[in-house]
Design a protein around this ligand. Structure first.
Ligand SMILES: Nc1ncnc2c1ncn2[C@@H]1O[C@H](COP(=O)(O)OP(=O)(O)OP(=O)(O)O)[C@@H](O)[C@H]1O
Length: 595
């Protein structure tokens, strides 16, 4: 093949099969060096070639650099990532915000989004919290900025911290915190994480964390942190609180005792009885007392099935308080072993606790005498999600978590299947009844005597000037009140105060309206109040509701309580008449349609 080069600049070359006059015929190079010379003779190709060689060299160098960088990082650095929906992320953020170096950085994301953080210390200066107007907004937090990389020393080791935003499937604001430490020893990371967790825990010793089920998965999600409720604020019949608390404490100390005997290390508590009698409150308070977090299992949650439930229970932490509220309400007609399954969303089921009147005896308050027809086996709905056997398996199957305290509550004790309530699943059954006079007395006292006084009665014994002060407390006697079979009651025998011995209201503002009463006067008023409350007829929640309306008017509360009792009784009578009428009407319609 002949090639004709018709080009002086090299750019306008043309190749021709024919040799023409005035052109220099070129033969195509057959060896490599003449090929290079041949290509090199084209100016444009020459430039391209230079570019390719240079680019290739740069790329090779870049790859070499990143390869060596990452092999050095792999060899000499430790990298850990923390995801924002995980507890460890919160520990790290809390720890980070407590470092003096953190205060020196100048590049932040300022956000009111909590990212699930319960930590206060990532917020702005605490002094500003005192301003009541600020509490109307969500707390502002300094978070590590997305683009920034923070460099600092940790235990004389170089460390960098960065945060990367993730596009999540669920469109939630998810991010990952990455920490890189210059160290070949992983124990540095271990100690950093332990330190962060310890800091987090000790800063939160007055709070409990509450977790709930995450969507349809078997994961737990941090919902909120709450201040611990003092156990003293729960007023129960004498001995009940101590019984539960001592039992739980004893259980937590007995891991090896259980192991030695081959007994699964789990404890179940069934709190049953009247609505508004303090079942939920005591569980929260107890968790605080034991320093455990709360995990709420909502059996009636749409989409919960046997395998999710089992996954949830097996992923509980080694020590925690798990709560199943209204355990009967998860099933249409109560739990029986024959229950093939139930329709969780059936609005017709009788167990909707929100619709019950806590003080209405017709509303199924007394668990021993349930109003509705209990325990009818479910015929098996197509919407079945959770079954009794699924629940039993989750409670004590092989995957059930060891070390947890499970609290189940119900207002309808008698509809529960014995398999569910047997020892091993529910080891301790505690009944909560409507308020006794003792409880009414104690509630009144707690309501109007400031906390500090209630918690430290000894401090009141002697005044600074030596004058003794009656704390208003009576030593509990062994005498039992009429109608109470559970309690040791201290009924203060103090006489009702005479009208002129009571102070008058002395101001117009909210706080000034509250008269200054001595403990003795409060105790006397509490006696009058409790005498007006019929034994076991009203729930503690409704007594609390009544007193809330008299927040700073204890005298008026005592004056009005009898009328309130009458009104409540009349209202209850009215309601039960309506129910009877409706039932009568229904019966007539049914008998007509049958005939
Ligand atoms: N024994 C009690 N001592 C102090 N407060 C109480 C007591 N019982 C109820 N309360 C108050 O009543 C309210 C409702 O109480 P709680 O939710 O604990 O009742 P419950 O028995 O769990 O009711 P339900 O069965 O309807 O869920 C709370 O605000 C709580 O402070």
């Amino acid at each position: 093949m002949n090639i004709t080069l018709n080009d002086t600049l090299g750019a306008n070359s043309s190749l021709d099969n024919t040799t023409s006059t005035g052109t220099t015929p070129l033969t195509f190079p057959t060896d490599l060096s003449s090929l290079v010379t041949f290509i090199y003779s084209f100016a444009a190709l020459r430039d391209y070639l230079k570019l390719i060689v240079l680019g290739g060299a740069f790329e090779t160098l870049r790859r070499l650099y990143s390869f060596s960088y990452f092999s050095i990082v792999d060899r000499f650095f430790i990298t850990a990532s923390f995801e924002s929906d995980d507890d460890a992320f919160q520990w790290m953020m809390f720890w980070l915000s407590s470092l003096p170096e953190w205060r020196k950085f100048r590049d932040f994301t300022v956000s009111t989004s909590s990212l699930g953080l319960g930590s206060d210390s990532v917020e702005l200066n605490e002094e500003q919290d005192d301003d009541p107007s600020i509490r109307k907004t969500r707390p502002v937090r300094y978070l590590p900025a997305y683009a920034a990389s923070y460099k600092m020393w940790y235990k004389r080791r170089w460390m960098t911290i960065s945060r990367v935003k993730e596009e999540s499937r669920w469109y939630t604001d998810k991010s990952t915190l990455t920490i890189t430490i210059l160290s070949r020893n992983r124990s540095v990371l271990d100690s950093l994480i332990l330190e962060a967790r310890q800091k987090w825990l000790s800063a939160r010793s007055d709070k409990i964390d509450i977790y709930a089920m995450e969507g349809y998965s078997s994961d737990w999600r941090h919902v909120t942190s709450r201040p611990k409720r003092p156990i003293k604020s729960i007023i129960l019949d004498a001995g009940v609180k101590e019984l539960i608390l001592d039992d739980a404490r004893d259980f937590l100390k007995s891991r090896s005792w259980y192991a030695d005997r081959g007994i699964p290390f789990r404890r179940g508590y069934l709190l049953y009885g009247a609505p508004g009698s303090g079942k939920t409150s005591i569980i929260h308070s107890l968790a605080g007392e034991l320093g455990l977090d709360i995990y709420i299992i909502s059996l009636s949650k749409y989409g919960l099935d046997d395998s999710t439930l089992s996954g949830l229970i097996s992923s509980l932490p080694p020590e925690c308080v798990a709560i199943m509220e209204d355990i009967d309400a998860a099933f249409t007609h109560g739990l029986t072993r024959d229950t093939a399954g139930t329709d969780l969303e059936d609005p017709r089921r009788g167990g909707d606790p929100s619709r019950r009147d806590p003080d209405d005896p017709n509303s199924n308050n007394d668990p021993r005498e349930p109003n509705g027809a209990p325990g009818a086996p479910n015929s098996g709905s197509k919407d079945t999600r959770i079954t009794l056997s699924g629940l039993l398996n989750a409670l004590d199957g092989v995957s059930a978590q060891e070390g947890r305290l499970l609290f189940a509550t119900t207002n309808r004790y008698s509809v529960l299947d014995p398999a569910l309530t047997r020892p091993g699943r529910m080891d301790l059954h505690v009944e909560f009844r409507l308020a006794s006079r003792y409880q009414a007395f104690e509630m009144f006292k707690r309501f109007y005597i400031p906390d500090a006084d209630v918690d430290e009665p000894e401090a009141e014994e002697e005044k600074a000037d030596g004058e003794s002060v009656d704390s208003g407390y009576e030593t509990p006697t062994k005498e039992k009140p009429a109608g109470s079979d559970l309690i040791d009651l201290s009924t203060p025998p103090s006489p009702a105060p005479s009208a002129d011995s009571l102070p008058n209201y002395n101001g117009v503002t909210h706080s000034a309206r509250a008269p200054t009463l001595s403990k003795k006067q409060i105790a006397s008023l509490a006696t009058r109040f409790s005498e007006a409350i019929p034994e076991r007829e009203f729930s503690m929640a409704s007594l609390q509701g009544f007193l809330m309306a008299y927040k700073v008017r204890p005298l008026q509360a005592v004056d009005d309580v009898e009328r309130w009792v009458e009104d409540k009784r009349a209202e209850r009578e009215r309601k039960s008449r309506v129910v009877r009428l409706e039932e009568g009407r229904k019966a007539v319609v049914e008998s007509k349609s049958e005939s």
